[in-house]
Ligand binder design. Structure first.
Ligand code: PLP
Length: 368
């Protein structure tokens, strides 16, 4: 096709496509692996979806000819009740990915800046680039790879509109402290928000030391919270996430939302999963046990790792990350490598005990 037709703005042409964790079907096809393939690449729940979510979905299947409730009433009610929020302080999205995208559409214009850790979850930069805004990257602390909140505060200027912190952080698994939240809030110019992406917050909700964005939102601080049903609740395939902020902030983000952005099946499953206490407890226990199992394995192998509070762990294999990724793939295990940012590390989702064992066995073979 002629070049004129394909000429688009830099916002599109400069975008670096998101690299998702490799799907199991791709690995089977590309490598011709016949045995079971284990995906420990995208921080999904290894125990599967919430059983209460699935039961509710089954009951709702006959209604799928209808459009979903664009306002997500039932799901909204479930979330407001659980966290003591007002209904107008919530917005639901096709995954929290969509809320990140909507934040860019709502708040960012050319000339604006966002401040993020480096490395961090890549979709923050995507949202900024799509809006023509600049991403200011602040290196994580050397060694333990935590957010350097003092340096992030120093990077805030009059141009800063959004500061993104995933807490717990993806890909490193670290958390920031309440004092860190205050450092960032104190540095925000009048036009900026602190976005706390709590995709993994459920894994640390029993720890009173870990800051919860909702506590600041209830105090009217300029904080936007992101949550998801994709991780602990085991509903990644449904694509349901939400944002929490002051009602006047939510009203603005809602302007950019498409009317039926959250599908009916996902709404039903998410509302039921939210209070699936047995499944939630089982998931947390599996995760805690799995972290201990993997760390014990890393110790035997003499490998170091980053302390984690999420459902994944970063291990330093001491070998080039891409080669290790490929070697594990050949043994049917999909992990995540970030060769540009973490040259000798792998990010591994915590699996079932059996999956963790298979991963450690494969890792051992790849290292010898
Ligand atoms: C997984 C993840 C999300 C996205 O979750 P979805 O709700 O599935 O879109 C957002 N932020 C971080 C940091 C994540 O790791």
């Amino acid at each position: 096709m002629n070049c004129e037709r394909l000429a688009v703005s830099n916002r599109i042409s400069n975008l670096i496509p998101y690299q998702p964790g490799k799907p199991i079907a791709d690995v089977k096809r590309e490598l011709g692996i016949v045995g079971e393939i284990i995906k420990l690449a995208s921080n999904e729940n290894p125990l599967g979806p919430s059983p209460l979510g699935i039961a509710a979905l089954q009951a709702a299947l006959p209604t799928l000819a209808l459009y979903p409730d664009g306002a997500c009433h039932a799901l909204r009610e479930a979330v407001t009740e659980k966290f003591g929020l007002s209904p107008d302080s919530l917005i639901f999205g096709n995954g929290s990915d969509e809320i990140i995208h909507l934040l860019g559409l709502t708040f960012l214009e050319p000339g604006d800046e966002i401040v993020v850790g480096d490395p961090t979850f890549v979709l923050y930069e995507t949202a900024a680039t799509l809006a023509g805004a600049k991403t200011v990257k602040v290196a994580l602390t050397a060694g333990d790879m935590r957010h350097d909140t003092a340096a992030m505060a120093a990077a805030c200027t009059e141009k800063t509109r959004l500061v993104f912190v995933a807490n717990p952080h993806n890909p490193t698994g670290s958390v920031i402290s309440k004092a860190d939240v205050e450092i960032l809030l104190a540095a925000l110019p009048p036009r900026a928000f602190l976005v706390l992406d709590e995709a993994y917050a459920e894994y640390v909700e029993d720890d009173p030391e870990v800051p919860r964005a909702l506590d600041w939102i209830k105090e009217n601080a300029p904080v936007i919270c992101l949550r998801t049903f994709s991780k602990l609740y085991g509903l990644a395939g449904f694509r349901v996430g939400y944002g929490v902020a002051a009602p006047e902030v939510i009203r603005l983000i809602n302007q950019a939302r498409s009317p039926f952005n959250v599908n009916l099946a996902g709404q039903v499953a998410a509302a039921a999963a939210l209070n699936d206490t047995e499944f939630i407890a089982r998931t947390k226990k599996n995760n805690d046990d799995g972290i201990a199992q993997l760390i014990a394995g890393f110790e035997i192998l003499g490998l170091s790792w980053l302390p984690t509070r999420a459902n994944f762990i970063v291990v330093n294999t001491g070998r080039p990350a891409k080669a290790m990724f490929d070697a594990l793939l050949k043994r049917g295990i999909i992990v995540r490598a970030f060769p540009n940012d973490l040259p000798t590390h792998l990010r591994v989702t915590i699996g079932t005990p059996e999956q963790n064992t298979r991963f450690l066995e494969a890792l051992t073979l790849c290292l010898t």
